[in-house]
Design a protein around this ligand. Structure first.
Ligand code: PLP
Length: 400
């Protein structure tokens, strides 16, 4: 039996295993200490009762002749596609260019069938690790990194690369840095992609966190993007659908390969071959969630935003350098140089009883940083803030 040869190129995820082992050991050795886990991007805020009742009623109707839903259209319910177009794109995108999915990660997997093996893929560094692994499993010829550093406002300067990639993954607001590409920055990347025939894969998992109207929530706010980009969106983080699973892709009808073939035709083929559409019941819940939607009445979104603000204020007040958090659920925190020799995970755990994700888990440019997630429970976030407020940055004597 032959294995997929690309698996040999995958780097084992020692770091995350190590984190959970260390966390477990710490809890066993310190049973009296309450550990606040802010390392995870998993949601904690339950969906609205009205929504869960609707979900239950649609599920219940599956046993009745009239309510039963069989296979739906592969590209998703027309009602949901229209609602997505209206809610997230102010109807500037045609519902025909929208494909409802079971979430971004699943679309990233299907994307590999669209791209085929042998591509040169460019990724931001630090980066959401799934882009790297999915590209390697899909047979990318090479994965190159675009460094995103503090001195460059974490901007991926694609023009600094010595080679032109076939595909560029972009995530804004970014996981892990929490930074958002502004209109000028995104325009310059779109222009580069148009000049060099690069396909941009734009991930908007956190776009609803953007509060400033001048910042783009979609790559399609940038002229020309319809000729070089596809976009992935998700109900996970802002509607609490992490477990229910619902998302979408936008593949513009104008987007063409160099040989003139239409990307949307290929994507439709991929979706109809590898996927029979998102769960009809969950799509009905998605329709309900978008009824009369506004960011102000999205309780989960407001909850996580408040968590992020509390954490950011607490960390800033005791002297940490904090990036992100304003238009993002993630805070990217720089460790002072006096702590250069200290393991950042151990430092936050031992000194504050708070678990965070070490920046190196997202790429070598993450060295010296940690990521805080605001998806935790409010009482835990408040406990973490109290602990930070209880003293200025603690520098162990051995580290100086
Ligand atoms: N994209 C980014 C940047 C993420 O951080 C995550 C989850 O953490 C996802 C996508 C996954 O989204 P979904 O739940 O829609 O698969």
């Amino acid at each position: 039996m032959l294995s997929n040869p690309y698996f040999k190129k995958l780097k084992p995820s020692y770091l995350f295993k190590e984190i959970s082992e260390k966390l477990c050991m710490f809890k066993n050795n310190n049973p009296a200490r309450t550990v606040v886990d802010l390392s995870l991007g998993n949601t904690t805020y339950p969906i609205e009762k009205e929504l869960s009742e609707h979900l239950a009623s649609v599920a219940y109707k599956q046993s009745s002749k009239n309510g039963y839903l069989g296979y739906g259209p592969e590209n998703g319910s027309a009602t949901l596609r229209s609602k997505v177009a209206k809610t997230f794109y102010r109807s500037t995108i045609s519902p025909d260019d929208i494909f409802i999915s079971d979430g971004i990660k699943c679309d990233l997997g299907r994307l590999q069938s669209l791209l085929g093996p042998g591509r040169i893929v460019a990724l931001q560094d630090p980066v959401y690790p799934a882009y790297r692994d999915v590209s390697i499993i899909g047979g990318a010829a090479e994965v190159i990194s675009v460094p995103c550093r503090e001195e460059n406002d974490f901007f991926p300067d694609i023009r600094s690369l010595s080679r032109i990639p076939d595909v560029l993954f972009l995530c804004s607001p970014n996981n892990p840095t929490g930074t958002v590409l502004n209109r000028k920055q995104l325009t310059s990347i779109v222009n580069y992609a148009l000049e060099n025939e690069v396909l941009i894969v734009f991930d908007t998992a956190y776009s609803l966190f953007i509060a400033d109207e001048s910042l783009p929530k979609s790559i399609f706010e940038i002229p020309g993007a319809e000729k070089c980009a596809i976009e992935f969106g998700s109900f996970s983080k802002t509607f609490g659908f992490t477990g229910l699973r619902l998302g979408w892709s936008v593949v513009p009808s104008q987007l063409q390969y160099s040989d003139g073939a239409f990307v949307q035709h290929h994507w439709r083929r991929v979706v109809s071959t590898l996927f029979n559409g998102a769960s009809s019941v969950i799509q009905e819940a998605g329709i309900k969630a978008l009824e009369a939607y506004s960011p102000q009445n999205n309780a989960a979104l407001q909850y996580y935003k408040t968590n992020a603000n509390l954490l950011k204020d607490a960390l800033l007040s005791v002297g940490f350098s904090v990036f992100g958090g304003d238009h993002s659920p993630y805070l990217w925190v720089k460790l002072p140089k006096e702590l250069a020799s200290v393991d950042p995970f151990d430092f936050f755990l031992e000194e504050y009883g708070v678990a965070v994700t070490p920046g190196v888990g997202f790429g070598s440019e993450g060295e010296g940083f940690v990521r805080f997630s605001s998806f935790g429970d409010r009482s835990e976030v408040e406990l973490a803030c109290q602990r930070f407020a209880s003293r200025e940055i603690f520098v162990p004597s051995g580290a100086l």
